[in-house]
Write a protein that binds this ligand. Structure first.
Ligand SMILES: [Zn+2]
Length: 138
């Protein structure tokens, strides 16, 4: 059983990957662990919903978006699955955070199940891209 954790950048905790938005990457860069992977600084893992109406609202929008995204976007899913067992860094912990949602989702099922799920999502995405050009020309 792996444990994917969420750490707070402001506390100087050891971390592996930045989970915030690209717009906050300049704040994260000097705080990131020297051993951290830098592939999150483009904001790839960030919550696309702003917190302007509060943290609960941003997370309330993120949850269904995330569930739809992992089920339909194999590129996103593969990168999310690559976070398994890592220390995800954000500015929120221990407050509720989209990184916590992602970490809990990853840890909720075994790794072999995760790769089987990716295979299914890939096949469905490929089937969709084969169908749409034909339906357009009809
Ligand atoms: Zn956060």
């Amino acid at each position: 059983m792996t444990h994917t954790s969420v750490v707070n950048l402001k506390r100087g905790e050891r971390c592996d990957v930045y989970m915030g938005r690209a717009s906050s990457a300049w704040r994260a860069r000097p705080l990131l662990d020297p051993g951290a992977r830098w592939n999150g600084l483009d904001g790839f893992y960030g919550n696309p919903f702003p917190a302007m109406h509060g943290r609960g609202s941003a997370l309330g929008h993120f949850l269904p978006w995330f569930h739809r995204k992992v089920a339909t976007d194999p590129v996103y899913l593969e990168r999310v699955l690559s976070l398994r067992g890592l220390r995800l860094a954000c500015f929120c912990a221990p407050l509720p955070c989209h990184a916590r949602i992602i970490a809990d989702w990853i840890d909720a099922f075994p790794e072999d199940w995760a790769w089987a799920f990716l295979e299914v999502v890939r096949r469905q995405a490929a089937a969709r891209s084969e169908v749409s050009p034909r339906s357009c020309s009809a």
